[in-house]
Design a protein around this ligand. Sequence first.
Ligand code: RP5
Length: 182
Amino acid sequence: MAETSGKNPKQKAPLVGIIMGSDSDLKVMEQAAHILKEFDIAFELTIVSAHRTPMRMVEYATTAAERGLKVIIAGAGGAAHLPGMVASLSTLPVIGVPIKSSNSINGWDSVLSILQMPNGVPVATVALDAAKNAGIIAAQIIGTSDKKVSATIINYKLQLEQSVMEKAKNVSNNWQNQFDKD
Ligand code: RP5
């Protein structure tokens, strides 16, 4: 089970900003925080609501780059305007996390609100509730200019491959498999 404390291991200047519309989004959005911690990438995490704190959203988005952030991960549910509005206010890449929240009909409303951006204002949208993948994309963006982060991601991908190969081996114990014959 991942550590639940929200503090960065070391108080380094944050490179990734994780924001969400409500504390009810935290259960999903903390998955982005956990993977960034695993990759030893400094982040900050807070609540910024497009509808309920619009001026805070404007200030967050317009100061993010000058504060040193390189990527913003924004999660929201229902009429999920936070990622798109932040993308409209910042030149930083914005990764959107659609959340199936209490005011979401079935998740499609959140997905489409974040995904269907107009030309010129993209939001890199992950799957419903897929904040972990948002964290991985953020790390990959940081990794383009940081060899240590890039090496960590290579290692992470190797571990993924190994775990799938172990599963394939276990399945082959019970099922015929011409492809992997010894
Ligand atoms: C959205 O409304 C938030 O991002 C959240 O997903 C949803 C519900 O918010 P609460 O009513 O739980 O505060 O703006």
